[in-house]
Structure formats: structure tokens, C-alpha cells
Ligand binder design. Structure first.
Ligand SMILES: *Cc1c(COP(=O)(O)O)cnc(C)c1O
Length: 361
């Protein structure tokens, strides 16, 4: 068996140790005589899995008791509608910061259900920075304030949260969940598609302050109402059972193998530093993001010559490195270096970059 070094932005690499446990338990989950894929979501054994997944997420992320954890489907993209449907219920207004395609899509969807104020945007420079925010431009009576914390396509991250006062802060954390500690109490809602840093595709995590549940707009479909899922322990209908099980295994890995989120952050910093330091000193490759807003998870870089980029991507493929092509709106390359990417993968990438540079400068 030979595994590639996979820099995919999502779905992305999973810890090998987790995949091995999943393989071992595939035919017979802990003596139940069934695969987790086959069991009833109402069974006692599955109840243990979903409860453990939630308990682990609460422990690892230090989620306060006045927040609900929901295991949903529909991806982060469904949250672009669920958030306004459930939260735009007083003034009908919300503030959005547009820092990339996902944030832009979220704002566009919200505008179908209420008044969206774009507080700031970094589209003028291909989203290569996080805009400085001026509090006087915030809507004082907004129902919420939305940000995309880590911008997967462009490789930027918020290092400082906007001060929204009493207005609930809502964040898309699809590509940075579990990468470092987040002070959950600073947010009204956090949501994430699991396929970047947590599990395979199919699961969406929502962490929501309890007082924000129960006032959805009249038109809200039952399945899009947070209350439906909060009242039923994410079991109103069939949850994404197997993906929740995989998330449980990943959480066990973060807790027991890595040692928690502070350790995870240390490792992620070390990995990102290695790559950014190489980029900063390279004569051929350069990062596309301003230094102070660089993401720990997604690292876009270019040579400045599209033909050379293509040639480099080919050299990567030959070296067993896959999914390194950048998003079409940025071009060049993007290395997504999520939790499960071992440091050896980044070392190998740098080795290939060094060799390519030596042959092309
Ligand atoms: C991938 C991604 C999305 C879209 O997620 P889906 O689960 O495919 O809907 C939204 N936001 C961010 C930040 C992402 O990285």
C-alpha cells in the first residue's frame, strides 16, 4: 500500500491512525456484530457513539454549558441560509464582512431573508488580507454579525475578533475548527462543514448559544430550524451516523494522541512556520497573503508564471504530492495543511520546491 501526500482543501487528509481504527471496526463495531454504517441510529450502541462524540467535542473545544451542539447535514452552505432564517428575527438586519468566496456566498444568501450590510470587503486585492474594521460602520441593532474566520481559498485568518458588543458574532469555522483553541463564549453561533479538519464530508457542526434558538422566521422549513434539532438531540431525522462516528475517532485522536488543542496549535504553528519561512526566502515561490493575516491551515503560493506553476504541479505529482493546485480565482498552488497533515508531508513538499527552484532560477 502506498499513500500520497494529500494537500487537498477539502475533503482532506484524515489521521492515518483514525483510518486504521475505522478499518478494524468496519465489520464488527465493538462486538455489536455490525458496522456503524449498518446500525439503527435509535439503537443503544449508536446512542453511545453520538453522545461520546458530543462529549468529546465539548471537552476538546471547552464549549460552555449554555451552548447546544448540533450534528446536521447540508454543509456549511446550508448554514448560509439557516443562520439568517433563525437569527434575523428582530431588526431583520445583519452585518457581514466579505473576506472571500464563502463569506460572499453567505452574505448573498442572507440578503434573501433580510437586510445585509457589508461592513468591509477585501475583494479589491483578491481577498489577500483581512480588512481593518471600523466600529462606527457596524449596524447597532443588527441581529448578528457574520465573519468567515479562516478563508480556505485565499489563506487568510482573523487573528483578532471584531468587537460587536451585544450583537451576536457568528463565524464560519469550516477550515479552522480544532486547529487551535477558540473562546466559544465570544460567539453566538459557530458552524463548520466537517470535511476540512474533522471528518469525511456529510456532517455539519453547529455550536449555538441557547438563547438564540426558538425565534426562527415564520417561513423557516422545519429541517432548517435550529430548535427542531436542539429539541431532538440531533435525532429529528436520521443523522449522518457514520460521519459522526468518524468525527468521534478524530476527536479521540486530538485528545489522546495529540494532547488537546494547545498542543495541536503548537504543531500547526510549527508546520506553517516551516512552509512560510521557506516561501519568504525563496527566489521563485512567494505567498499571496499579507504576513499578519496568514492562515495556519491553507497556504496559497505562486511563482508568478502560470506555465511554471503548471510544471511545478506536475513535479509534485511525480513526487507523490497531490491536490496542490490553487483555486482558479488565485491560480498557482495551495497547500492545505490541516491537523492530519504530518510535518513530514510539508518537509517533502519543501524538498520538491527546493529542487524545482534550483532547476529554474
Ligand atoms: C468548504 C467551505 C465551505 C463550504 O462547505 P460545504 O460543506 O461544502 O457547504 C464554506 N465555508 C468555508 C470556510 C469552507 O472552507
Amino acid at each position: 500500500m502506498s499513500r500520497v501526500i494529500n494537500f487537498s482543501a477539502g475533503p482532506s487528509v484524515l489521521p492515518e491512525a483514525v483510518l486504521k481504527i475505522a478499518a478494524e471496526e468496519m465489520l464488527d463495531y465493538k462486538g455489536s456484530g455490525q458496522s456503524v454504517m449498518e446500525m439503527s441510529h435509535r439503537s443503544k450502541v449508536y446512542d453511545g457513539i453520538i453522545k461520546e462524540a458530543e462529549a468529546l467535542l465539548r471537552e476538546v473545544m471547552e464549549i460552555p454549558d449554555n451552548y447546544k451542539v448540533l450534528f446536521l447535514q447540508g454543509g456549511a452552505s446550508s448554514q448560509f441560509a439557516m443562520v439568517p432564517l433563525n437569527l434575523m428575527n428582530k431588526s431583520g438586519k445583519a452585518d457581514y464582512v466579505v473576506t472571500g468566496q464563502w463569506a460572499k456566498k453567505a452574505a448573498k444568501e442572507a440578503a434573501r431573508y433580510g437586510n445585509v450590510n457589508i461592513v468591509a470587503s477585501s475583494e479589491d486585492k483578491t481577498f489577500s488580507y483581512i480588512p481593518k474594521l471600523d466600529k462606527s460602520t457596524f449596524t447597532p441593532d443588527a441581529d448578528y454579525f457574520h465573519i468567515c474566520m479562516n478563508n480556505t481559498i485565499y489563506g487568510t485568518v482573523y487573528n483578532e475578533l471584531p468587537d460587536t458588543g451585544d450583537v451576536p458574532l457568528v463565524a464560519d469555522i469550516s477550515s479552522c475548527i480544532l486547529s487551535r483553541k477558540i473562546d466559544v463564549s465570544k460567539f453566538g453561533v459557530l458552524y463548520a462543514g466537517a470535511q476540512k479538519n474533522m471528518a469525511p464530508a456529510g456532517l455539519t457542526i453547529v455550536i449555538i448559544r441557547e438563547d438564540l434558538i426558538g425565534n426562527a422566521q415564520e417561513i423557516t422549513p422545519t429541517m432548517f430550524n435550529y430548535q427542531t434539532h436542539a429539541d431532538n438531540g440531533s435525532m429529528f431525522n436520521t443523522p449522518p451516523c457514520y460521519t459522526i462516528y468518524m468525527a468521534k475517532l478524530v476527536l479521540e485522536w486530538v485528545k489522546n494522541e495529540i494532547g488537546g488543542l494547545d498542543k495541536m496549535y503548537e504543531l500547526n504553528q510549527k508546520k506553517a512556520d516551516l512552509l512560510y519561512n521557506f516561501l519568504d526566502n525563496s527566489k521563485l515561490f512567494k505567498g499571496t497573503v499579507v504576513k499578519e493575516d496568514r492562515s495556519l491551515m491553507n497556504v496559497p503560493f505562486i511563482t508568478g508564471d502560470a506555465d511554471l506553476d503548471a510544471e511545478f504541479i506536475k513535479a509534485c505529482t511525480d513526487a507523490g504530492i497531490v491536490n496542490i493546485k490553487g483555486h482558479r480565482s488565485v491560480g498557482g498552488m495551495r497547500a492545505s495543511i490541516y491537523n492530519a497533515m504530518p510535518i513530514e508531508g510539508i518537509e517533502k513538499l519543501i524538498e520538491v520546491m527546493k529542487e524545482f527552484e534550483a532547476n529554474h532560477v
